[in-house]
Design a protein around this ligand. Structure first.
Ligand code: IZC
Ligand code: ZN
Length: 422
């Protein structure tokens, strides 16, 4: 006897056990029309058609006619734990002041570092919990969270410890990344190498206390060069971390090639990736995590070369890049719309990019981003008739219900008219 049977809806059932989907495979989405999914003891126990499910016993049967059922989404690149916010920079943006100029003038990331240093563990935890709730409400059940707003031992550890506690207490599963190399703090101005050495001294403790699985670096003009990033990430690998990189986000420096060369699990952003970088993504296992919300919010015209990456045989994942500066949004559904319009991804590619490939981009190919028997029942029921609908009807939340490990974790709550005018 099943605990729950959700039936009579369109089911999309990507399978991350097949490995990340590369090139043309990305357009293959497993869809069951008039489908059904059964849950037992927190796991997926049945996947098939509504006819096949007709005889099954279940404690609760949900008629989901006219709706869509998918696995919980995976958001593989966020800076979720931070103090303060940066709405005061909007006027500068409107005047056309570039992101890197704001950073060089001591604003941007530095502004968030100041707020994060001031915040207590409790402040960060409560704020993080609030944002996580929003991510969950948009259909995310697993996500990556980076540090990087401390740039010193104490505050970086405070951020990582907060993420661990959030992971323990919130339904969303969090995968942590150490991004101490996010900017060069004032005390180290002109001495990036010395700062990277200092950040490397944190790695043994982070490893030993299991505070992060990945190490990331912001490889960008005025931050860290490709050479510095390569040396830093190679050392991180030697300590046993998986590595990620913010590559070619604003200026085309060659971080994409370097990421592929050193076997990074993912290379993220890639707006300025070179042809060689795109070719290498097709030939290696490094996953391209694309963040079109950031390009949109930085007010740029040119987006990451997603089609070329797929045509070269690469694997693309999508993410919000949720952070207080270049992408203040938890809405991964809006990112799916940008992926359709700006990256020219097909709906099937988009769904694989926020499930299977996103899971592999954070080392969770075995546990997340999948709708297959035996997996955790992380599911989203959508107020949408089919999977094409989510990227299409944009800027609003289509989630009806989210289940995490078979338990209802979020439900649509909207403001309805309190009474009708009769
Ligand atoms: O806070 O601006 N790009 N890091 C690299 C960011 C954006 C986050 C931020
Ligand atoms: Zn980022």
């Amino acid at each position: 006897m099943l605990d729950i049977l959700i039936h009579s809806c369109q089911v999309i059932a990507p399978q991350s056990s097949r490995g990340p989907l590369k090139g043309e495979e990305m357009a293959e989405l497993h869809v069951i029309e008039n489908g059904a999914v059964g849950i037992k003891d927190g796991k997926i126990a049945f996947v098939g058609t509504a006819e096949e499910a007709a005889g099954l016993q279940a404690a609760e049967k949900i008629d989901a006619s006219g709706k869509l059922l998918s696995p919980g989404l995976v958001d593989p690149h966020t800076h979720l734990v931070f103090g303060g916010s940066r709405e005061h920079e909007m006027a500068l943006k409107q005047q056309g002041v570039p992101y890197l100029d704001i950073l060089a003038q001591g604003g941007g990331i530095h502004s968030t570092v100041r707020s994060t240093k001031q915040a207590s563990h409790e402040d960060l935890y409560e704020k993080g919990f609030f944002h996580l709730n929003r991510c969950l409400s948009y259909g995310v059940t697993t996500m990556e969270v980076k540090s990087g707003y401390g740039l010193d031992r104490e505050t970086e550890l405070k951020q990582l410890e907060t993420a661990v506690k959030l992971n323990e207490n919130h339904p969303i599963d969090i995968v942590s990344t150490f991004l101490g190399a996010h900017a060069i703090p004032e005390e180290y101005r002109g001495r990036p190498e010395a700062f990277l050495e200092e950040m490397l001294t944190l790695l043994p403790e982070i490893k030993q206390r299991n505070l992060a699985e990945f190490v990331d670096i912001f490889c960008e003009t005025g931050v860290f060069t490709v050479e510095q990033s390569k040396r830093y990430l190679e050392k991180a690998k030697a300590y046993g971390f998986g590595v990620k990189i913010h590559a070619d986000e604003i200026d085309p420096l060659g971080g994409t090639e370097m990421a592929c060369e050193i076997g990074a699990v993912s290379a993220d952003h890639l707006v300025g990736a070179s042809e060689e970088g795109v070719r290498m993504l097709g030939e290696t296992d490094t996953i391209a995590v694309l963040l079109p919300g950031t390009t949109f919010y930085l007010n740029k015209d040119s987006f990451a070369p997603a089609r070329s990456i797929i045509e070269s045989g690469g694997a693309v994942a999508l993410s919000t890049d949720f952070n207080p500066g270049s992408s203040p949004t938890e809405n991964i559904q809006f990112i799916m719309t940008l992926a359709a319009l700006k990256l020219k991804l097909k709906p099937e590619e988009i769904w694989n990019a926020v499930t299977v490939n996103a899971a592999h981009a954070i080392g969770r190919g075995e546990t997340a981003g999948s709708l297959e028997i035996g997996r955790d029942a992380d599911l989203v029921l959508w107020d949408a008739p089919n999977y094409h609908y989510i990227p299409y009807h944009y800027g609003v939340n289509h989630v009806n219900t989210v289940w995490k490990k078979g338990k209802k974790a979020a439900e649509r709550k909207e403001t309805y008219a309190i009474h009708s005018i009769s």
